[in-house]
Design a protein around this ligand. Structure first.
Ligand code: RIB
Ligand code: CA
Length: 315
């Protein structure tokens, strides 16, 4: 079976970087392109970090295009430097990239690839949805040519991580998230309810640290990210939010999803950026999202560890 083609729109970001490595270590998928968006860190940092990771694993052939440097309407009031560091990839020890992004804007690169092979590419979005909303608005035919969209974002029963209700990617650009979720695209939404159970622990990091080529940098950035998990949750774990979303393309059976109506609070009140997941169809909205409500925790962890190991062994 031919590998599934992925375009990854991301804001690297430590867990975004791990998702890039997961994609490159998994024969079920091929990474057609990476596009970057402001979120965890500045657009410049996110773009440089995507390039650093690709150069780290010898894949300068994968095009990287920079996208939006601010949210659609209201620029986010903060980034996630407390979790990912001032560079967005603190702890990795990776040198500045010597390769450059392509000249196209992220939206144009995605549109060109989608129209060249209609129905071929799955767009996986692991940062704020600004680029994806712009694509839907500016290049609707290209957006419709995507196979489907998988988003890391949102939260229902688990509560938010940027407010009691809002998850960071949606909170950073609620208008963009609402535009995408109401677009009519085949959208799978992988939220905190499952990604907070998609974990690597300190023992896993110690194992990864022994990997050739990748070990020190991977362990360094995971331990940097783990600091906040210990501070916030008192657990020596690292949530793999973005890798779980990408893993849904590698093996859809890892997640249990329910087709239901989801909408975003785009108001200016305390719940701004909250995802209202109408799991039981109480509010009457038509189902528009495949909402991830359960995962096979151990199968995901084993997959991630195995694919990172396989990637390192092949370098
Ligand atoms: O809420 C988790 C999400 O926000 C992840 O994508 C992480 O990288 C940050 O962007
Ligand atoms: Ca991210």
């Amino acid at each position: 079976m031919a590998p599934a083609s992925i375009i990854l729109d991301c804001d690297p970001g430590i867990d975004d970087a791990v998702a890039i490595l997961l994609a490159l270590g998994s024969p079920e998928v091929q990474l057609a392109a990476i596009t970057t968006v402001v979120g965890n860190t500045s657009l410049a940092n996110a773009t440089a970090n995507a390039l650093r990771v690709l150069e780290w694993v010898g894949r300068p052939d994968i095009p990287v295009a920079a996208g939006a440097e601010r949210a659609l309407v209201h620029g986010a009031s903060r980034d996630a430097a407390d979790a990912h560091g001032e560079t967005g990839l603190d702890g990795s020890g990776l040198p500045a990239p010597t390769i450059s992004p392509v000249g196209e804007h992220a939206v144009e690169l995605i549109a060109r690839l989608a129209l060249a092979e209609p129905g071929r590419h799955t767009l996986v979005a692991t940062g704020p949805l600004t680029n994806v909303a712009l694509l839907a608005a500016l290049r609707p035919q290209a957006f419709a040519a995507l196979r489907r969209v998988v988003v890391m974002g949102g939260s229902a029963l688990g509560g938010g991580n940027m407010s009691p209700y809002a998850e960071f990617n949606v909170w950073s650009d609620p208008e963009a998230a609402e535009r995408v979720l109401q677009s009519g695209a085949d959208t799978t939404l992988v939220g905190l309810d499952v990604t907070r159970r998609a974990i690597l622990d300190g023992d896993d990091v110690a194992v990864l640290e022994q990997l050739p080529v990748l070990g020190p940098g991977l362990a360094g950035m995971l331990r940097f990210y783990m600091r906040k998990h210990i501070e916030w949750y008192g657990q020596e774990v690292v949530f793999q939010h973005d890798s779980l979303a990408l893993a849904q393309v590698i093996d859809p059976t890892l997640l249990t999803v329910v087709h239901c109506h989801v909408e975003v609070d785009t108001g200016s009140g305390p719940a701004r950026g909250a995802t209202l997941v109408d799991r039981h169809g109480v509010f009457g909205g038509a189902p528009n999202v495949h909402w991830a409500e359960d995962l096979d925790v151990e199968r995901f962890r084993s997959l991630l560890m195995a694919r990172l190991t396989a990637l390192a062994a092949a370098l």
